[in-house]
Design a protein around this ligand. Structure first.
Ligand SMILES: Cc1cc2nc3c(=O)[nH]c(=O)nc-3n(C[C@H](O)[C@H](O)[C@H](O)COP(=O)(O)OP(=O)(O)OC[C@H]3O[C@@H](n4cnc5c(N)ncnc54)[C@H](O)[C@@H]3O)c2cc1C
Length: 476
């Protein structure tokens, strides 16, 4: 976007102000060195209250408002009624049938997709790309929260995971031939994709552990390994797996892994079966257990280059990671709405449920937390827009660490307000809870996000001299 460099320098300018102010402040105790003052200034300018900080301007752009309104209308008028019929058709399917679509299901879904395409509600997740609407991450954050209120909304507008992250990777690092073969049909909504990283036998929250091997033999990579929880790979519409492999075991730890395109129908790709999530198989999407048994793919299937898997992760896990959080805000809003609705519609002990015990405080806390999360998510989106994915990663990790945990708590309270019905198949709360709970693992467990945020915080303080004017009790 042409405004990017300007915005970046605005951030620098804004950051310069508190730096000077804080340098003056920390000069007072006379002991702080210039290096320590600069570190203190960095802390203040990074997360403090700077009125000039462009990151605090969280308004949607004027150009995105009509699209946002259009998406809301489309969900209410097209997606909601279609979803009801779609899920009804899929009920009661058993055995192998579960891994196909029931007659009529795809027609309904494709009908809604065609309508969305015609109305221009298509691929707007891709920021700053010729192929997408070119929305900023901030604008998209507002829209994604609406998408999070219905399980089929994202897909009808071709904005669903894991395709969004995969399309972004292909768009950013794919060769013209890779784009033609895989990106085009993905952008058209004709096929779906999966991302295969997590391994059965290795702790995959540390991607350096990925051990599925890819060895170049002649003009082909030969791949061997075992992965699980590969979301979407159960669907007959999933045709391509972006697969994390180890190509360079002798290189530095961050240069050993690569990403490679593996068509799902390649001989040797053996789908063992679905991994369950709270005892559900999520058919036909599925989170599949896959063995790669001497899988041969052409050497041109390598993405970006050998040993560059971590570089690609930076692209994939920027916006893609935060999309989940944006949609989670929508899920939390829906849960709060249901919590209040139920609390006002039933009575016990002579009062509406809402006014019993601490229920009204749960509602208050939910509203407060949703607003706090919304601001955090918007700020992370804005940070990606002005600083770029790499520089904004701390904000991304902050929201990843915060949002799914809090949203789980809110949905849990909504379940409680519904009594037994809360855990039943009728209101969507049980499914919503399960989904949010998995987000505390998928894309990396909470602890890893906290580790990154905490380590960044500690590094800002490293080497700072102790301020003797501070009361002992406040010293860190
Ligand atoms: C529903 C669902 C869908 C998924 N979809 C996909 C997908 O499409 N593709 C894919 O590749 N993977 C997918 N995953 C897998 C997910 O990304 C991994 O489960 C996750 O990265 C953790 O890896 P692991 O399971 O090997 O856990 P491990 O790495 O073995 O970690 C286990 C636990 O150790 C602890 N831990 C780890 N690191 C730290 C740390 N630094 N500090 C403190 N504690 C720590 C945490 O409590 C963590 O939960 C999915 C998972 C789920 C549940």
């Amino acid at each position: 976007m042409s405004t990017k460099p300007a915005a970046k320098s605005a951030v620098k300018k804004a950051a310069a102000k508190p730096a000077a102010k804080s340098a003056a402040k920390s000069a007072k105790p006379a002991k702080a060195s210039p290096k320590a003052a600069a570190k203190a200034a960095k802390i203040e300018s990074a997360f403090g209250m700077d009125p000039n900080d462009v990151l605090n301007d969280l308004r949607m752009s004027d150009k995105a408002v009509p699209l946002y309104e259009h998406v809301k209308r489309f969900i209410a008028e097209t997606v909601e009624p279609m979803s009801e019929k779609y899920f009804k058709l899929g009920e009661g399917r058993v055995g192998a049938d579960r891994w196909t679509y029931a007659p009529g299901q795809l027609e309904l879904l494709n009908g809604a997709k065609e309508k969305a395409k015609k109305e221009g509600l298509w691929n707007f997740f891709l920021p700053d790309a010729e192929t997408g609407e070119g929305l900023s991450n901030l604008d998209y954050a507002f829209i994604a929260a609406e998408l999070g209120k219905n399980p089929l909304a994202s897909e009808t507008m071709n904005c669903s995971a894991p395709d969004t992250g995969n399309m972004e990777v292909l768009e950013r690092v794919g060769t013209p031939a890779q784009k033609k073969q895989w990106l085009e049909p993905l952008l058209n909504g004709e096929i779906r994709s999966a991302y295969a990283m997590t391994e059965v036998h290795h702790a995959s929250s540390d991607a350096k552990n990925v051990a599925t091997s890819a060895v170049l033999k002649g003009n082909h990579w030969v791949i061997n390994g075992e992965k699980h929880y590969i979301s979407g790979a159960g669907s007959p519409r999933c045709k391509i797996l972006i697969t994390m492999v180890r190509t360079s075991p002798n290189a530095a730890p961050h240069k050993q892994q690569s990403m490679i395109l593996v068509p799902k129908d390649t001989p040797g790709v053996k789908i063992v079966g679905p991994m369950h999530v709270f005892s559900e198989d999520h058919a036909p999407h599925g989170h599949m257990h896959i063995i790669f048994d001497n899988v041969k793919v052409p050497k041109e299937n390598m993405l970006l280059g050998e040993g560059r898997g971590f570089e690609i992760s930076q692209v994939r896990l920027g916006p893609g990671r935060i999309h989940h959080c944006m949609r989670s805000i929508g899920a939390a809003e829906k849960a709060l709405d249901m919590m209040v609705g139920r609390g006002l519609s039933r009575e016990a002990f002579g009062k509406k449920l809402l006014w019993l015990g601490g229920n009204i405080e749960h509602v208050s806390r939910a509203r407060i937390e949703i607003e706090a999360m919304r601001l955090m998510v918007l700020k992370a989106a804005k940070a990606m827009d002005v600083l770029g994915n790499k520089e904004a990663r701390i904000w991304v990790h902050m929201v990843k660490a915060m949002v799914p945990e809090k949203v789980c708590q809110i949905i849990d309270q909504a379940i409680q307000m519904h009594g037994a019905l809360g855990v039943s198949q009728h209101p969507p709360l049980a499914k919503m809870y399960a989904q949010q709970r998995t987000l505390r693992l998928a894309d990396g467990p909470d602890e890893v996000h906290h580790l990154v945020v905490g380590r960044n915080e500690a590094r800002m303080y490293e080497g700072r001299e102790e301020d003797s004017s501070m009361p002992v009790v406040f010293r860190s």
